[in-house]
Design a protein around this ligand. Structure first.
Ligand SMILES: NC(=O)c1ccc[n+]([C@@H]2O[C@H](COP(=O)([O-])OP(=O)(O)OC[C@H]3O[C@@H](n4cnc5c(N)ncnc54)[C@H](OP(=O)(O)O)[C@@H]3O)[C@@H](O)[C@H]2O)c1
Length: 237
C-alpha cells in the first residue's frame, strides 16, 4: 500500500534527511514537509507547509491536508538546544525564563499540539507510527552530569508525553505506535557549537537517518511508549 508521511522539522539536518530518504522511496506517495519557512523542492511528492510552534495560528495551515485519506508515519524532528539569545545552562543561576520557555515550546509544547492537530488524520488511519526525535540526556536514570537544565528537562517531559500518547492512541487503534528515538550525536545546527567536546562518534545526518530507518521499520505496537537509541537499544526513562 502507498504511504503518506508527515515530517516536522524538514528544514533541519535530520528532518531534511528523512524527507530526502522517503522522497526516494517508491512506496511513498506523498510527504507533507513541515517547517517554519517553506522548503524549496521540485520533488512532486513533497508538499511543504509552514508551521511555527511559537505561533499557534500557523497550525491552521494544516487544514490544507485534512482531505488526506490516511497517513502511515509522523516523524517529528523539530527541536532546540540554543539560539542567538539562549544557550544550554551549566548551572541553575544561568537559567533564563524566556529561554527556558522557548526550549519547552520547541521540544514539548509544539510537538504535542502538532499531534493534537493531526488527531483527525490519525483517527482515520490504522497502525500509524509516530516517531519523536528525543535525546539520551532526557533519561533521568542516565543523568550523571547534570546541566543543560532546560534541554534535558524538556526532553524528559517529551518522553513522558510519548508514553501518555502511546496509552491514549492504543485505545483508538491497538496497532498505533508512538516512540522516541535518540539519533546519536549528529552534525547539525543544533549540535555544532558542542561538537569539539565530543569524544564519541559523530554521525552525518545521512548515517544517523540510515540507522533510525532500520529501527522505525522494525518497531511494532509492542514497543509503543518506549524510547530507543539509533541502534535500536531501549533507553531507560
Ligand atoms: N544533532 C544531534 O546531535 C542531536 C542529538 C540528540 C537529539 N537530537 C534531536 O534531533 C532533533 C533534530 O535536530 P537536528 O540536529 O536536526 O537540529 P537542526 O538541524 O537544528 O533542526 C531543528 C529543526 O527544528 C525546527 N524548529 C526549531 N524550533 C522550532 C519552532 N519553534 N517551531 C517549528 N520548528 C522549529 C528547525 O526549524 P528552522 O530550520 O526554522 O530553525 C529545524 O527544522 C531535535 O529534536 C534534537 O533535539 C539531535
Amino acid at each position: 500500500m502507498k504511504e503518506n508521511i508527515i515530517i516536522a522539522g524538514s528544514s533541519g539536518a535530520i528532518g531534511n534527511e528523512f524527507t530526502k530518504f522517503y522522497a526516494d522511496n517508491p512506496v511513498v506517495e506523498k510527504i507533507i514537509a513541515l517547517s517554519r519557512k517553506s522548503i524549496n523542492t521540485e520533488h512532486n511528492k513533497i508538499q511543504s507547509i509552514e508551521i511555527d510552534y511559537n505561533n499557534e495560528e500557523t497550525f491552521k495551515n494544516l487544514d490544507e491536508i485534512s482531505n488526506l485519506e490516511v497517513i502511515s508515519k509522523i516523524i517529528i524532528a523539530t527541536g532546540v538546544l540554543h539560539s542567538e539569545t539562549f544557550k544550554p545552562e551549566k548551572s541553575i543561576d544561568s537559567i533564563d525564563g524566556e529561554g527556558m520557555k522557548r526550549v519547552f515550546q520547541a521540544n514539548v509544547f509544539g510537538p504535542t499540539l502538532l499531534v493534537k492537530k493531526l488527531l483527525p488524520l490519525i483517527k482515520k488511519s490504522k497502525g500509524v507510527k509516530i516517531v519523536f526525535l528525543t535525546a539520551r540526556v532526557g533519561s533521568i536514570s542516565d543523568n550523571e552530569l547534570g546541566g543543560w537544565h532546560s534541554y534535558r528537562s524538556s526532553k524528559s517531559a517529551l518522553n513522558m508525553m510519548i508514553k501518555n500518547l502511546s496509552i491514549e492512541l492504543k485505545r483508538l487503534n491497538k496497532e498505533h505506535v508512538v516512540i522516541g528515538i535518540h539519533p546519536g550525536t549528529v552534525k547539525s545546527h543544533l549540535s555544532e557549537p558542542f561538537l569539539k567536546h565530543v569524544k564519541h562518534d559523530v554521525f552525518s545526518p545521512e548515517e544517523s537517518v540510515g540507522f533510525m530507518i532500520k529501527v522505525i521499520n522494525e518497531i511494532t505496537h509492542k514497543d509503543s511508549g518506549k524510547c530507543f537509541d539509533f541502534s535500536g537499544k531501549v533507553i531507560e526513562p
